[in-house]
Design a protein around this ligand. Structure first.
Ligand code: NAD
Length: 431
């Protein structure tokens, strides 16, 4: 079992779980073991020291990582995370999911991920800027619009991306904004990128409800995590009339069985920083949120939230994984036994990388699409990806789950590209 002990607490190791899922998918699809060999190890993993002058005049040295997992389809692509609990294993797993995600949704990128181990929420704006610029100076030689393209992730945003674009352009001595996506519009960002992961998740949830014959406009929604992804998804569900009955963040959760007023909740979070204390709603804990009776549960916070311990409490009909890795393998098994459909992260949250791809294309060609074009193309991609994976799962994965189907589908595409690039000695499939 993929469990490790950290600070005296048992934690699921997402790298061990991911490797086991990849191996299982390679075996079930009858793919060559060489495919697994290529996918099990990142092509490059770099650790750097990032010295930062703090506001009190002291210097702190932060640890930064960049993992470049696989580039068979194109430049490495993946978010940059600022979080105190980041581990090398989690960054490797996150980069693997990016490879699988890009393959699944059909964008010409490989998988990457980066992080700085820090408590950025307790740092000042200037300290965050100096840290970000230091990270780019330490890693600049392996980043680039045709090499490796970071994007926002947990506790990084469009401002952080703008600092990366600026520092990288200084190093290159020319404007080179295509090195990152998720930038502000003023420096080559794409309309709709900020909302894209939440919007993509919304499109996928709508398709899943249809497949499960749940009347979408009445579907009761519960969302764990109310940051970029969770709040944007909540807004879209609410606009469509779906009652969003429970929402949580790191401070705890709020519940109203008639549906929360999401615009007012966003305003409350902007003023107070957290969802807690929102008027007209009852207080619930994060554990209680996962157990709320609803149609669609959307984990949109962090990894390892639905586990062997609480999966039996989940009372949703569908779980749409907006976050990366929120469900452990033990929980997957329990949810499957309880007939709960899990739309896996590599499909459900691929709206972000899809619009990142749109941004990169626009930067490369120096033109701009309008919001209606971006949203229409995103919807087309997400609906197509959901239906391809769902029918593949229904046809080929009897007795298994949709995650396995998504992994098999994605890895088959990777294997085909590896084959044509000459990375496999004996063909894509096992002899
Ligand atoms: P964010 O930093 O904007 O928001 C994270 C939210 O989760 C915040 O509301 C925070 O309070 C909450 N949170 C943190 N710890 C929590 C806990 N223990 N319990 C409950 N809530 C907690 O991050 P985001 O960009 O919205 O990313 C959320 C998830 O979506 C992550 O797993 C990320 O990897 C994934 N994701 C993000 C994008 C993107 O474009 N931003 C793309 C793909 C996947």
């Amino acid at each position: 079992m993929s469990v490790e002990v950290k600070d005296g607490k048992k934690e699921d190791n997402i790298l061990v779980a991911t490797l086991s899922m990849i191996k299982q998918a390679v075996d079930l699809a009858g793919l060559s073991l060489e495919v697994y060999e290529h996918l099990r190890t990142p092509m490059r993993f770099v650790e750097v020291a990032v010295p930062v002058e703090m506001e009190d005049g002291s210097t702190r040295v932060f640890t930064g990582y960049r993992c470049q997992h696989n580039n068979v389809f194109g430049p490495y692509k993946g978010g940059l995370r600022y979080h105190p609990d980041v581990t090398t294993d989690s960054i490797k797993a996150l980069s693997m999911w990016m490879t699988l995600k890009c393959s699944l949704v059909g964008v010409p990128f490989g998988g990457g991920k980066g992080a700085i181990v820090c408590d950025s929420q307790n740092m000042t704006h200037k300290e965050r800027e100096r840290m970000t610029r230091g990270y780019v100076r330490a890693l600049g030689s392996i980043l680039g619009p045709e090499t490796d393209i970071p994007a926002p992730d947990v506790f990084t945003d469009s401002q952080v991306m703008a600092w990366i674009a600026d520092e990288y352009s200084s190093i290159m001595r020319e404007p080179s904004f295509g090195v990152v996506t998720g930038k502000p519009l003023a420096v080559g960002g794409c309309v709709g990128r900020n909302e894209a992961t939440g919007r993509g998740c919304y499109f996928v949830a709508k398709e899943a409800a249809q497949a499960f014959k749940i009347p979408f406009e009445k579907a009761r929604i519960a969302i764990q995590g109310f940051g970029n992804v969770g709040s944007n998804a909540a807004l879209l569900f609410a606009e469509k009339g779906c009652p969003v009955i429970a929402v949580s963040d790191i401070s705890g959760g709020v519940y109203n069985k008639e549906g929360l007023d999401i615009l007012k909740l966003i305003d409350h979070v902007e003023r107070t920083g957290y969802v807690k204390g929102f008027p007209g709603a009852g207080a619930i804990s994060n554990e209680e949120l996962l157990a709320v009776e609803c149609d669609i549960l959307i984990p949109a916070a962090l990894e390892n939230q639905i586990t062997g311990k609480n999966a039996n409490d989940v009372r949703a009909k569908i779980v749409v994984e907006a976050a990366n890795g929120p469900t452990t393998p033990e929980a997957d098994q329990i949810l499957k036994e309880n007939d709960i459909l899990v739309v896996p992260d590599i499909l459900a949250n691929s709206g972000g990388v899809t619009v990142s791809y749109f941004e990169w294309v626009q930067n490369n060609y120096g033109f701009r699409w309008d919001l209606a074009t971006v949203n229409r193309r995103l919807e087309e991609k997400m609906v197509e990806a959901f239906n391809m994976v769902y029918s593949f799962y229904c046809e080929k994965c009897i007795g298994s789950d949709m995650r396995t189907g998504a992994y098999m589908y994605s890895i088959q595409r990777l294997a085909e590209a590896m084959h044509y690039r000459g990375w496999l000695r004996n063909g894509t499939h096992r002899q």
